[in-house]
Design a protein around this ligand. Sequence first.
Ligand code: ZN
Length: 311
Amino acid sequence: MIRDIKGLHHVTSMAADANKNNRFFTDTLGLRRVKKTVNFDAPEVYHLYYGDEIGTPGSVMTYFPFGNMPRGRRGAGEVGITEFAVPKGSLKFWTDHLVSKGVPGLEAETTFGESRLHFAGPDGDSFALVESEARNREAWTGAGMTQDVGILGFNGARFRVRDAAATGELLTFMGYQKAETQGDISRYLIEGGNAADTIDVEQLASAAPVADQGAGSVHHIAFAVDDRAAQLRVREALMDTGYQVTPVIDRDYFWAIYFRTPGGILFEIATNEPGFDRDEDTAHLGEALKLPSRYEAHRAQIEQLLPPLTT
Ligand code: ZN
């Protein structure tokens, strides 16, 4: 069994319009843009990272805004809901705030005893705010949110799959423990994690249509490990169990490996090192366009292809 996973590291989704995406996360949700870079495999597309002050692993929502990308279709084999933690008692504020910003899809409910507010992102992304206990996390207050309401990183995520048992088996192998079940949803928790430690697995009907990825879909979900040594242990354990895992890839702000789950979701294991302040001061994170060194020679062309961000 794997013992090195600390909860979530980041969630990466796809968007259509870069400016709408940037405004939604920095203005409507009050997160900090902690990095403005490009998709390392397609440098004409941004890779935007939003999180707390320093982009603490477990707080980082990232996007590839592909321009005119059509919306994805929800279905089986994907991260169905990305869930942010908010302080107890803050959902009243969030309901009023999201209404005032014209955010669609607001729906309050309780699952596993937690008060939750569902809402949709700019491309129909499925999100929820979950009231949670004190979590050793601080909200980013630089974008107008206060500590008593601001987002405290991820609570976790809900997977929607046709094979909840196989997905649960993988999570257990990764160090998660099965907790409660409510209806078709089983909860998995990781002990000693970074607070983004909850995965809910929803069993869909075996005939449920498979998700079709597009704008508003989660592209992959990344789990955190402390360092490269831990990542290599996880890689070896997964490969010994029969998973096809990529080699270690340098993403400048973390090292990454990827593999596809039995249910069809793309998992990443990302290191907590070196972090988002490796090439910018904390005070100025996310302001300048950062390029991996292999693209620096093409900076002028890349800057011409990227839509300027207005904030
Ligand atoms: Zn990633």
